[in-house]
Unconditional design. Sequence first.
Length: 264
Amino acid sequence: MAKIYVGIGGWDYDPWRETFYPSDVPKRLQLHYASRQLTAIEVNGTFYRLQSPAVFAKWRDETPDAFVFALKASRFTTNRRDLGEAGESVQKFLSSGITELGAKLGPILWQLAPTKKFDATEIQGFLKLLPKKHDGISLRHALEVRHDSFKCDEYLAVARKFGIATVFADSDEYPSFSDVTGDFVYARLMKTVSTQPTGYSKAALSKWARRCAEWSAGGSPTDLTLVEKKPSKSKPRDVFAFFISGAKERAPAAAMHLIRTLAE
């Protein structure tokens, strides 16, 4: 059955000591606590530096069975002139110990620079480098594009050819289009505001619950921007929704409210 995972970016953020973590939860137990309030976490630290196999194993052992980690791939892989030349860097990241997470390894997020324009040959060359398995563990890849030139049919065709999900960004700063290109959906919800205790209004979170349910059922929300004229239908698919950026101190409350709304 398709599942909907909801979470935040990371678990160590000082303002969360006031808005998320109880006073009796020490820093060393923050992941233990957060992973029992949420169903997923996007790890941004892996974008800046590689972690060790022991660290991934520790994260695996501290979290519940049904919990997953999405990992942002190294910036040294994605922030380069020619993505097609990133093969060695891709393998270095995949071999850093991420498969120690086992079944808790969620999607790998490959975030492109805002200046990276769509070039069909380059993007196809890069997506060829992303394997379906590593160390016997199945891998799921999501590409976050941040330039408007990707909003075209040719890009959608390339992404679908390789089964790569395209990140949907709820953002006014980056391209925001909801065309589904993989067998799962990855949404980054970036508009939390400090004036809302739940980050987004409760009405807005109800809309996101409906959209996540539609994606999960194999459909596409009709109230989100599409490059294609008609949304594509598919079989049920997993959905990963993360509250990122915006008023970060409100992200846990937004995620927990969305989880409760989905449960209802």
